[in-house]
Design a protein around this ligand. Structure first.
Ligand code: SR1
Ligand code: MG
Length: 410
């Protein structure tokens, strides 16, 4: 790879670059010098632009040699390469639940995808009060299809091992997850921060609870040592764009082989953050409904794929057990995913409140005391879940703990 020719593109550079790609230039239409280039960078890591011509629009994402929001934090450029590989791997599996992959440039680390400018980031939509009951089940469908289709249940081991080797190289972003999600929040680290002092005693509780720390340690080990499927790796509500009718999972740059419950848990954890960030009771009920419908959709569709009659590709593992034994084995697998989901959800909530990368959910609460109470409620809930992980084994248990919080008016 020619690292020396890399340069960060500005609006003029973007026009010239896209003008050299005939399919995309045709998609945009008209003269390159008339294309409108609009920066819409929103995430922590990359530059993102929408480019509009008279015939169409595309989205261009370029890796920077550092974290976008902190230029002193140096980073390799390869994340858009992994996102391109992720899109290539899961695009054919998920039936339109992601963006269309158009182009990747391995010198400039530019990824070009379909523009979703008519969609809204799900976190923003939730903060604006959108209630879209179909989104959570669509994400369940997405995770079921992407994870089943990239696992040993659907592919010969040779294919899966090749994919594992490819994504095992996504080490810079896996390191970010390991540090920011599984390590920093559980000790003093300059990257951690929280403003509300109401959180401090709960942080101390978490850091001194042997049960909670052991749970984090176990989940961290599972994150690195259970390559069940190709994960999105950062499936928070900012990685989803939606309208009421159409939902897309974007930003697969953190892709890696890992435990399926990690993707499920990230999504559920971010719904829980929204739950605590909205004191409105109807909105909270909608979150409980969404977590339930996400899980049902994921479970039903994963099982349906597993039990489908159509022949898997030659070389795929043949089931050996049959009858009730096979059913028990499937049940055990799904229970394991459910346990992981609950644990990873709690960990995601904690790091979004006291770690490096917070979320905007609580910004809608203008009263600082109420905002602090809501954040503390979320952190205390996550702590409770980690501390009682052995007893909270099902999504129903998890929802009933969340419902308890609502009844107590937290
Ligand atoms: C330095 S990157 C911080 C966070 O932003 C990404 O979206 C991931 O969630 C990561 O943990
Ligand atoms: Mg992202």
């Amino acid at each position: 790879m020619d690292q020396t020719s890399y340069r960060t593109l500005d609006a003029g550079g973007i026009r010239a670059f896209l003008a050299g790609l005939p399919t995309i230039a045709t998609r945009l239409g008209g003269l390159p010098e008339r294309w409108q280039v609009r920066e819409v960078s929103d995430g922590n890591l990359n530059n993102v632009f929408l480019v509009t011509g008279p015939a169409g629009e595309v989205c261009l994402k370029q890796s920077l040699p550092h974290v976008r929001v902190d230029p002193s934090w140096k980073m390799p450029l390869d994340r858009t390469h992994f996102e391109a590989e992720w899109l290539t791997a899961i695009g054919p599996l998920v039936g339109g639940l992601t963006t269309e992959y158009l182009h990747f440039d391995p010198v400039l680390y530019v990824l070009v995808v379909e523009s979703l400018s008519g969609h809204t980031v799900l976190r923003t939509a939730l903060m604006q009060g959108a209630d879209w009951p179909e989104v959570a089940p669509r994400i369940g469908t997405f995770v079921a299809r992407a994870c089943f289709g990239t696992s040993l249940l659907a592919r010969p081991f040779e294919d899966v091992f090749d994919a594992r080797r490819l994504f095992a190289a996504n080490q810079a972003l896996t390191r970010i997850t390991l540090d920011l999600v599984f390590d920093d929040p559980y000790r003093d680290h300059p990257r951690n921060h929280w403003h509300d002092t109401a959180l401090s005693p709960i942080v101390l509780d978490i850091r001194t609870s042997a049960a909670a720390l052991l749970a984090v340690e176990n989940l961290r080990r599972r994150f690195l040592s259970q390559p069940q499927a190709l994960l999105h790796g950062d499936l928070h509500t900012g990685s989803i764009m939606s309208t009421a009718d159409d939902t897309r999972v974007i930003d697969g740059e953190f892709a890696l082989y890992g435990p399926i419950g990690f993707d499920c848990g990230m999504f559920v954890g971010n719904l829980v953050l929204h739950f605590f960030a909205t004191p409105d009771l109807a909105a909270r009920q909608a979150v409980l409904r969404d977590i339930d419908s996400f899980w049902r959709s994921f479970h039903t569709q994963f099982m349906a794929l597993w039990n489908a009659d159509d022949a898997p590709p030659p070389g795929t593992l043949r089931p050996l057990a049959y009858g009730p034994a096979a059913h028990v084995a499937q049940q055990a697998f799904m229970d394991e995913v459910m346990g992981d989901t609950i644990g990873f959800a709690a960990i995601e909530i904690i790091r979004r409140l006291i770690g490096y990368a917070h979320t905007a959910d609580f910004d809608t609460i203008t009263d600082p005391r109420l905002r602090a109470t809501c954040r503390a409620g979320a952190l205390a809930f996550a702590y409770y879940v980690l501390d009682h992980l052995a007893d909270i084994r099902t999504i129903a248990d998890f929802l009933s703990c969340l419902g308890e919080n609502e009844r107590k008016g937290i």
